[in-house]
Ligand binder design. Structure first.
Ligand SMILES: [Zn+2]
Length: 167
């Protein structure tokens, strides 16, 4: 009942992921229709329902394109779990302020990178130039494409891919 279900807007734009229980509720109440099942059936005492994988809202919902939340996990994901100074992938990664906070560096996508503890320590409270280090890639806000936003679900739900492409 808690498997993820992709929710499409009335214009087929992927806008959300909900669980099976919620998706079936939307379908039964007529607020959404089934786009793809392929996951068998759910039986209640009196009826059985197709288990949805993708549903589509009947009415267009207006909402801004979701942006990726600025969290440590999302910074690590953007940087592919790779230290942006030495290129190493270690299990204990930290977040570095490119321009240190005490120099006015902001807590925003463009000033935050993944760093291994060694590089973070080496850089200390200095700028990249002062520390004579180099960034592999200039940090920026990740794309707001559906592909990027729903990426963590796409490996386990390959059937979603055609519905995510191009948004
Ligand atoms: Zn490093």
């Amino acid at each position: 009942m808690f498997a993820p279900v992709l929710v499409l807007n009335a214009n087929f734009e992927p806008i959300n992921v909900c669980n099976t229980r919620r998706a079936i509720g939307l379908v039964i109440s007529g607020k959404a229709s089934l786009v793809l099942n392929g996951r068998g059936e759910i039986k209640t005492i009196s009826q059985s329902y197709p288990r949805p994988s993708i549903i589509r809202l009947e009415k267009m919902v207006k909402r801004p394109r979701p942006r990726v939340k600025l969290t440590k996990r999302e910074i690590l994901r953007r940087d592919d779990f790779t230290c942006q100074y030495c290129g190493q992938r270690t299990s204990t990664l930290t977040i570095d302020h490119v321009i240190p906070r005490h120099m006015g560096g902001q807590h925003q996508w463009e000033n935050l990178v993944t760093a291994c503890p060694l590089c973070n320590h080496r850089k200390g409270g200095r700028t990249v130039e002062q520390a004579q280090m180099k960034l592999l890639t200039p940090p920026k806000e990740p794309p707001t494409t559906a592909q990027y936003i729903f990426a963590r679900h796409l490996r386990e739900n390959e059937e979603w891919q055609p519905f995510v492409d191009g948004w």
